[in-house]
Design a protein around this ligand. Structure first.
Ligand code: ZN
Length: 218
């Protein structure tokens, strides 16, 4: 909790928590990996976050799913739809679904304005029909999960504003709504030392809290 003149003003970030799911107890601790990024980790340093967001838009509806054969509304032919379309208002923010490096920013045929991002473990994501790109976005730029890379539009072959999103593993298209998503990278050895140092007292306090709660139940 953050305080102003002794009055609580808002809940601060939860630093450590213990929760029980299906009879199993889990502990998580918040740890900053650098000055602007942080995550929740188990006490042994494993991230509880997935490496990929399931969707690049917060509020949207799926207007066309992944399909090996669908009737294309502009081309008027049957062809594979190797991505997912999200209908959303023109200008809706598009977020990159995982940490990675931008490999393409520009126009490309039916995609219109498109951003392509390469990720760890040979994943690639594609964001098409954008109205515009995030300012200054360029090839080779490092991006973090959730960073805004562009805005929904209808450039290229599109009948209305929507985001066309593709998810590839080893250059093979996968359905992003069904594919198993890899876990976020664990802490490296240097980070792990700092993590253990920073979390020792927090996990000890969790232990005290748990004993207190158990005592109350007795
Ligand atoms: Zn599409």
């Amino acid at each position: 909790m953050d305080y102003n003149n002794g009055e609580p003003v808002r809940a601060g970030r939860i630093r450590a928590a213990e929760f029980v799911n299906q009879g199993k107890s889990y502990r998580v601790v918040y740890f900053k990996t650098d000055s602007s990024h942080g995550d929740y980790y188990t006490p042994d340093g494993k991230s509880i976050r997935k490496a990929f967001l399931r969707s690049p838009l917060e509020f949207s509806r799926i207007s066309s799913g992944f399909s090996l054969s669908r009737f294309h509304p502009v081309l008027n032919t049957w062809r594979a739809h190797k991505g997912v379309d999200y209908a959303a208002a023109l200008g809706t923010k598009v977020k990159v679904t995982a940490d990675g490096t931008v490999s393409f920013v520009g126009k490309q045929g039916g995609y219109g304005n498109v951003v392509i991002v390469e990720h760890q473990s040979r994943h690639t994501t594609v964001y098409g029909h954008l109205s515009r790109f995030a300012s200054g976005l360029r090839r080779g730029q490092r991006v973090g999960q959730g960073d805004i890379i562009g805005f929904v539009g209808m450039t290229g072959l599109a009948t209305g504003p929507h985001l066309h999103y593709e998810f590839m593993v080893n250059a093979q298209h996968r359905d992003p709504l069904r594919a198993a998503l890899p876990d976020a990278a664990p802490l490296d050895n240097t980070q792990k030392l700092a993590f253990q140092e920073a979390t020792r007292s927090l996990t000890a306090r969790l232990g005290v809290l748990r004993d207190t709660n158990l005592a109350k139940l007795d």
